[in-house]
Structure formats: C-alpha cells, structure tokens
Ligand binder design. Structure first.
Ligand SMILES: NC(=O)c1ccc[n+]([C@@H]2O[C@H](COP(=O)([O-])OP(=O)(O)OC[C@H]3O[C@@H](n4cnc5c(N)ncnc54)[C@H](O)[C@@H]3O)[C@@H](O)[C@H]2O)c1
Ligand SMILES: [Zn+2]
Length: 709
C-alpha cells in the first residue's frame, strides 16, 4: 500500500508529508483533546512511522509543523486551567522489533563512547495505557496535578486527583523540598467495562424518563480504558471524576530539588517508599538480552493483567548516563518503548464486496461482524486481490482471524473454517458496476474492469483524477460535487466539465451553492481552456502513464496528437512507432501497450476528441524559465546521501540540465557531497557555483513546485 521512500519524487514526498502532518494532527486532537480516537494505536503508530521514514529520506522537507517535533496536543481549547511545566513532559521513542532494541542500545553505547564490555544496565517495566500526570509536591504536600498537554503546558487537574486513592496528598517527612512525581492515571479493564455499561444504562433511563425513543447507537461510550481514564480525569467538575474508579502508577519525575539516588531503580524505590504504587513488573537488568527476556515475560503476563499495557519501557539505569544522553526532539535518548505487535481477534466474514477503482481494479473488501481489536471496532478488512482470497480460501460466512498491524486497513491472517472440499469463492469475471468483462493481465494479480470510460465507478474516479492537483488542477471539485453532478447527468465525460457554464442556474439551484461559489468554480474551469499538455495526458488516467511519464512523452513529441498517432500505430503492429516511443528513457513496453490499448478503444477516442473540442493545449516545450538549471551543465561529486548518483542525474535531466562527468569551464553547477576532492577544488578555482546535496534538493523542489508541469 505504501511506496518505498526510494521510489518517491521530492514533490510526492512533500505532498505525503503534508497529508501525514494533517492526519496526525487530527488524530492527536481526537485522541488527546477529545478522548475519542477514530483509529487504532497501531494505525496511528504506522502513520507516525511513515512520517519518520520520509523525514529520514528527505531531511530538507521536514515541515515546521512536523508531527515528529510535537508531543500530545495543545490544551488551548480545554476548559481547565493551564499549568506550565517547569520541566517538559516528554514522549517516548518506539521500537517494534528486537533488532530495533539492539540498535537503540548500540546507539546509547556509541553516544556514551562505552566499550562493548563495559557494563550498561537498564530498567524494564510495562508501558501502561493511561495518561501521563505530573504531581508537584512542595515540602511533602501535593500542590498541583497537571496533565501532559503538549508537554510544555498541561491542564490543572488538582481537584480531580483528590479523588484518586493511589495518589497521596501528603508525603512522609524528609522528602526533598520540591518533588514532581510523574506517572500514569489509568482505569482497570473491569472498571472500564462497568463504566461503559453504566453510561448505556444512564442513557436508557434518561430516555425513558423523557419518554423518548432510545437509540443505543447514539450513546457516547469510551473506545478503550485509556480514553475512559483521560475523559474521567479531565473533568471541569471534579465530582464526575469522583465517580470514576481511577488509579495511578509512578514511573518517573520532573522538577526536583534533590534526587534520591544515583539510578532509575533507586528513585523508583524511593517513590515506592513514599507511598506511590509502582509497576509490579519493574525490574533492573544488566543487558539487552535481559531486556528482551523481560519483554517476553511481560508479554506472556499481559492477558492476565487487570489493566491494559501496550509495550515495555526500557530506561538506562544510571542517572549520570541519562543526563549525558539528554533528549532528541520530543523524547529522551535514554528511554525506549518496545511495543507489542498488533492485536488479533476472531470474527465472521459476512460478505465479500468488490470495489472498482479509477483504473478499473477490482478490490475485494471483506465485511465483518463488528469486532473490537485493540480498542477499536473493526467492520471491514482488505482482501487485496483474487489470489489472496484463494490463498486464504475464504468465503462469506467463514470465521476468520483478523489483525490490525502497521497497515492502515486491518487484514485477515487466518481462515478458521477452511475446508478443502468446498466450492471456492467465485471472483467476478465481470465488473459489478458496469458489467464489462473483468480480466487479469498475464502475470498480474489484479483483475480489472475493461469498461474504461463507460464504467460509472471508473468514470467518477477518473473525473476526480482529471481535475486533481497534479492533473488539470481545477479547484472546487470535491468528491461530493463530482458524485452529485455525475448523478445529475451533467458530467458524462471530462469534457462536460467545460460545459458546466451552461448550467450556471442549475448549479445555483442546488443546496449549498451561492453566486460566488458557482462563479469561482466556473472561473477555475475557464482558466484551464489552454491546459498544460502533460497534465492533460496524465489527467486521462491511462495505466502506467504517471506524471513523469506524461512529461517525458511530451518533452519528446511536443504534441498530444503525435503521441496518440504513435500509440495507435504501435498497437497495430508498427514496430518503428513502438521503437520511437521506447527510445525514450523511462518508457517501456508496458507504457506503449497501455497507450495503445487506450487509444484503440473507440469510446476512449470519442471522449478524447470531445475533450479536445473544449480545450487547446499549447505545444509543449520544456519550460526553461521555471527551471533554474535548464540548459545548464551540472556535475555531481562526492557521496550523495539521500539518493543514488543515477537518480541525481535523472533529476538534472528532468529539469532540462545536462549531467556531465567532469568539471570544465562549461560547468555551471557542482553538487558536492562529503568526500568531494579534485572536482570540488577545480570548481572553486574556476569560480563555479557549488552547492551541497541539500542545496540541490532545494533547487529540485523549487523547480518541481514552480515548473507548472
Ligand atoms: N489512536 C489514535 O488516534 C492516537 C492518536 C494519538 C496518539 N495515540 C497513541 O498515543 C501514543 C502516543 O502518544 P505519546 O506521545 O504519549 O507516546 P506514548 O504514550 O507511546 O509514550 C509516552 C508516554 O508513555 C507513558 N508511559 C507509560 N508507562 C510508562 C513507563 N513505564 N515509563 C515511562 N513512561 C510511561 C508516559 O506517560 C509517556 O508520556 C501512542 O501509543 C499512540 O498510538 C493514538
Ligand atoms: Zn466497470
């Protein structure tokens, strides 16, 4: 589902980073501020991981508002008073495998310059799924309790924690003058189930009292114990908190006037003596093997614990080491959360629906009897394709095991009803939306509807693609608008977009449209009467003809009709025409075949001609103005870190530059990575402009953003 970062262009990466920042911010708000997440933690973690991968591959694209820089969620909108933390409350870095734990320990050693055989001890304890809370004691008296918020500013929950029996109001004599205890407020599983049952009963009773119909689907229950704990603590009215059975565990500290000991274990032991509950599974180990053994032990104990945990937290034991290691971005270098794998659950596969995508791909989607996995109700799973269904041997009615892993959509991992003798599920050989034949190309797993532009599923999605950012880029057409106009019969083909001006009054009559919005939409359409030819070609949504391919084709042939002509001739068996196409770097037989197929279909040709009756793309010329390096000679030297030399050269060529191997008076720009030697020296002697890899990436990103192609 996700593309390897190495296959992404700068523009694609920037785009995806933007989408991730938005999505993660939304889920942070739902989770931290509203206590009602819409996705599972595993899904959320997968988004965060993807963001980290992209940021690593494209360090110069890291956004100002990057999720990797943020902790939790700002509390500005909270009705509770705000508390500024004297010492920031942090998050934890995650690991999902033993290798990642080993890498972390090795990094710690390298950072501290500790030889292999020097001792390095750690602590390990379960990572409880609650919400962090900071408790400030002055002269042994609890003066303030605060949530984490965004790490800098949290919410004041002092009156609320007064109702949590695990939290002492007063510490024994002799404790440091100032001591902030940090830990988790949580709710046990049984209490969580009771609370949800009570919320349901209260709602039923309230409806009865008012003589209203009772709709259980409308009752707001908590998704999981963590949200229940957060929602119960963060109450303006502390008497609500009093009715909720909350608990607390200490695992760290913030601002303190004195530290009682020299290791993590010493301080945790002091906290225990002062009357704070700590994890019963807390241990100290001497090695990474010890950590992993503890991870296994805690994993085995997990199902029987009265509370939910989602991993094991490791910390470097020596406090002087912690001090030296410090923090990166939003988490300490000296701690790590080793997460448990995704959760699984059993349910019934009730039906297999087939969805049809823009390119006609038939995707089977499993509809499930709703089941709770990792705190979220799951009703759909992806079944990927025909082969996957065959592999699992699933049919509607089967009991299946599903898993929510790093993937965004849950998957079936096992079929419990498997019997070899049954008739297998019959994967459709016709499109469920338009009835056209559905076939898999040789060597391909995906089955596709051959209906092309007559298939309504493909048509609405193609329309969306046609107006999308990278294609014609016409503002104002959301999925809903397209679906609505399509249903009304106003968008029989993409060309009809350009005829919408005749429907001005019809659009105005629809709900939600005003003069101004209609005018904006129509103006955006008029603005594209002379579209960029490469965008127009890409907008047709022909298989294998992506943005780059469309541009490459037009750079070489300049006119769409030339491309169509070559494709049709190639399709008719003219090898010379096929050869002209494949002579272009990056254009292979699959592109030629896809183009040929497209322009072979009479209905596609009709649609295409209809489009050309509405728009006139100017002759395509490589835009020299917008590319700062067009026509120039670029030399790469030294080590490139985010891409291969080949990719760098391809980028240069794409921007209309010539990539040369040696520096001469004709060289315009030298891109020098670490280890650059004689070429760099020569360039400097000749007064040639020199940039590093990051500088080059900026040039590329700017050209891609501004090139308008
Ligand atoms: N489902 C969603 O939409 C959604 C949205 C946002 C966040 N989340 C989830 O929230 C978490 C991310 O939030 P986060 O930044 O708070 O990170 P985190 O919860 O993974 O880790 C940091 C926190 O762990 C807590 N913790 C628990 N046991 C601990 C221990 N023994 N020692 C030290 N700390 C311990 C601390 O309070 C600390 O603040 C992830 O699990 C993520 O999946 C989910
Ligand atoms: Zn179809």
């Amino acid at each position: 589902m996700m593309t390897d970062t190495a296959n992404l262009t700068e523009a694609e990466a920037a785009n995806e980073l933007m989408r991730l920042a938005k999505a993660i911010a939304k889920h942070d708000r739902l989770y931290h501020a509203e206590d009602s997440p819409e996705i599972s933690d595993a899904e959320y973690d997968a988004l965060v991981r993807r963001n980290a991968e992209l940021e690593e591959a494209f360090p110069h694209l890291v956004r100002e508002d990057s999720p990797s820089k943020k902790v939790g969620h700002a509390v500005a909108a909270s009705p509770l008073s705000k508390v500024t933390h004297e010492v920031r409350m942090m998050s934890l870095d995650n690991a999902f495998s033993a290798e990642e734990v080993e890498e972390w320990a090795a990094r710690v050693r390298r950072y501290l310059a500790l030889p292999e055989d020097d001792p390095l001890a750690f602590t390990a304890e379960d990572k409880i799924d609650g919400l962090s809370c900071s408790l400030r004691y002055e002269d042994g008296v609890l003066v303030r309790a605060a949530t984490r918020g965004d790490g800098q500013v949290g919410e004041d929950v002092t009156p609320n924690v007064g109702h949590i029996a695990d939290i002492p109001q007063q510490l024994p004599k002799g404790v440091p003058a100032v001591f902030e205890v940090r830990g988790e407020v949580y709710m046990e599983r049984a209490a969580f189930a009771d609370l949800n049952a009570r919320l349901m009963e209260d709602a039923r009773a309230a409806a009865e009292d008012k003589g209203e119909d009772f709709d259980p689907a409308k009752v707001r229950q908590f998704a999981n114990p963590r949200n229940a704990a957060a929602g119960s603590l963060r109450q303006k009215d502390a008497s609500v908190t009093a009715k909720r059975p909350l608990r607390f565990w200490a695992h760290g500290w913030g601002a303190v006037s004195d530290v009682p000991g020299e290791t993590q274990e010493d301080v945790v032991e002091a906290l225990r003596r002062w009357g704070f509950p700590i994890s019963p599974l807390f241990t100290r180990v001497e090695s990474v093997e010890g950590l992993l053994a503890q991870y296994d032990r805690i994993g085995k104990a997990r199902p029987d614990l009265p509370y939910e945990i989602d991993g094991v937290v490791y910390k470097v034991d020596r406090l002087d080491y912690q001090q030296r290691l410090g923090f990166v971005a939003k988490a300490p270098r000296w701690a790590l959360a080793h997460k448990f794998p995704a959760e699984r659950a059993e349910t019934v596969l009730e039906a297999i629906d087939i969805q049809v995508g823009r390119t006609g791909k038939l995707t089977p989607v499993g509809r499930l009897a709703p089941v709770l996995v990792g705190g979220v109700t799951v009703t759909n799973v992806t079944l990927h394709n025909r082969d996957e269904i065959a592999r699992l041997g699933v049919r509607p009615g089967d009991r299946v095991v599903i898993q929510r892993a790093g993937d965004v959509i849950p998957q079936v991992v096992e079929n419990l009803t498997r019997e070899e003798t049954r008739e297998p599920f019959h994967f459709p050989d016709h499109c469920p939306r338009c009835g056209s034949e559905a076939v898999a190309e040789e060597g391909e797993v995906d089955v596709r509807c051959t209906g092309g532009l007559i298939c309504p599923a493909q048509r609405t999605q193609r329309l969306e693609h046609f107006v999308s950012r990278k294609a014609l880029d016409i503002d104002g057409f959301g999925t809903k608008t397209i679906a609505q106009f399509f249903e009304l019969g106003w968008l029989e083909s993409p060309a009809d977009i350009f005829r919408l001006k005749q429907r001005r009054s019809d659009i105005l009559a629809l709900e939600g449209w005003q003069d101004k919005s209609v005018d904006n939409l129509l103006a955006a359409v008029e603005n594209r009467r002379e579209p960029d030819a490469a965008r127009l070609l890409f907008g047709l949504g022909i298989r294998h003809v992506g943005e780059v391919t469309a541009r490459d084709l037009l750079k070489n042939f300049h006119e769409l009709r030339v491309i169509r002509d070559l494709a049709q001739r190639a399709r008719a068996g003219d090898e010379e025409a096929a050869g002209e196409l494949t002579a272009i770097d990056g254009i292979g037989p699959s592109v030629v075949e896809a183009l040929g197929d497209f322009f072979h279909e009479p209905h596609n040709v009709a649609v295409w001609e209809d489009i050309l009756s509405q728009v006139s793309p100017p002759r395509y010329e490589v835009e020299t103005l917008d590319s700062p390096v067009a026509g120039k000679t670029v030399v790469f030297t030294g080590k490139l870190e985010t891409m291969s030399r080949d990719e760098a050269k391809a980028q240069a060529e794409r921007l209309g530059a010539k990539a040369a191997g040696s520096v001469s008076a004709k060289t315009d720009l030298l891109v020098a990575g670490p280890g650059a030697g004689s070429k760099l020296k020569k360039a400097e002697e000749l007064g040639i402009e020199v940039v590093d890899e990051a500088g080059w990436a900026v040039i590329v990103a700017r050209a891609d953003a501004g090139a308008g192609v």
